[in-house]
Design a protein around this ligand. Structure first.
Ligand code: KG4
Length: 334
């Protein structure tokens, strides 16, 4: 079954054709990063307009690269939540019109389920049940993936997503947007004990996380140094910050794994590209089955939406033309 999938939840417009959930026939991504960089973050209105301009040509390009015509498409899939509402609506509206015109089923896909499904593409032998650590610019959570379409949130951030902290700190350091990758690079060779930084714990919710205090601590440290004319050890600061984020994520992950009694762990999302987090997970999960997606599948793409859509379709999930987008990641809908 060939699924034409769309993703437009934030600042990447993407289209892909995926066969039977695991075989990617094409995957094209148009990144808007250059448009948002001068503002230091995503401007929702600019994002929506750009999605609108490129989504139709991208659909054509996805078909061309898959060497298929529109008549070879058996279903259309689209990210419906969570994300920027205007951005999501472009993808949802376009997918509805394509499904209607081709007279094929329309499959709604949760963005986070999609990130997790990126691993099905990368690892043909991966099957639920497993624990997923999902870390991106907008979300940070641990999910019990009992089956392909039977997932529940075990714990999540109470405030900022981990990627949000990477991006804000990178911005204050003048590393550009999105700065997670640059901060990761800066941390290479840095002393991760150079600055003592807080690791927050949520009372009575041991699997929940909190990153806003850490973000504020680092930003205050930078501003104080500027005001006093002090020179910071920037690689040391970046490494200390990465260690604090990683300690928080990895400790919760290992606790959840123990509670579930699973031996399989999967990482997902843009921040799963972080070298410190990957190294720490590898060390902590020694003896377990650990799946770390290739960097190309960590960020937003439509292939992951097409992969998850196959399993949603098999579970009987369909949408009609009343399908709407949702900005929030409510645990019940997930
Ligand atoms: O999954 P993604 O592309 O978009 C969302 O769904 O949010 O994730 C983007 C996030 C950004 O915050 C970006 O700075 C971060 O992933 N990121 C990284 C790295 N590469 C991307 N954060 C830390 N280290 C990296 N190497």
């Amino acid at each position: 079954m060939n699924i034409l999938a769309f993703e437009s939840s934030c600042d990447e417009t993407a289209a892909a054709v995926v066969r039977d959930g695991r075989q990617v026939l094409s995957s094209v991504v148009f990144s808007q990063v250059d448009m948002h960089r001068i503002y230091g973050g995503v401007v929702p209105e600019i994002a929506s307009r750009s999605h609108l301009e490129v989504i139709a040509p991208l659909a054509g390009e996805a078909l061309r690269q898959a060497e298929l015509t529109k008549n070879d498409i058996d279903a259309v899939a689209v990210t419906t939540a969570p994300g920027l509402i205007g951005a999501l609506l472009v993808g949802v509206s376009f997918a509805k019109s394509v499904a209607c015109a081709l007279d094929v089923p329309l499959i709604p896909v949760h963005h986070i389920r999609g990130h997790i499904a990126a691993n099905y593409i990368a690892f043909p032998d991966l099957e639920p049940p497993f624990l997923a650590l999902m870390v991106s610019g907008g979300n940070t959570l641990l999910a019990d993936v009992r089956d392909y379409t039977d997932l529940s949130v075990l714990g999540s951030t109470r405030d900022d997503a981990a990627g949000e902290c990477f991006d804000k700190i990178a911005r204050v350091l003048g590393l550009g947007y999105p700065g997670g990758k640059e901060l990761d690079r800066l941390a290479q060779g840095g002393d991760d004990t150079a600055y003592p930084l807080p690791r927050a714990h949520v009372t009575d919710a041991p699997l929940d996380m909190s990153f806003s205090g850490l973000k504020t601590a680092v930003i205050n440290l930078i501003h104080n140094a500027e005001q006093k004319g002090e020179t910071l050890d920037l690689p040391g600061l970046a490494a200390s910050f990465a260690a604090a984020v990683s300690d928080t994520l990895v400790s919760r992950t290992m606790l959840a794994l123990e509670q579930l009694g699973y031996d399989t762990l999967v990482a997902a999302g843009g921040v799963a590209a972080n070298s410190r987090i990957r190294t720490d997970l590898e060390r902590a999960a020694a003896g377990k089955r650990l799946f770390l997606p290739p960097l190309s599948l960590c960020g937003d793409n439509a292939a992951m939406i097409g992969a998850q859509a196959w399993y949603e379709y098999r579970a009987g999930r369909r949408a009609d033309l009343s399908l709407n987008a949702r900005a929030v990641c409510d645990a019940a809908a997930f």
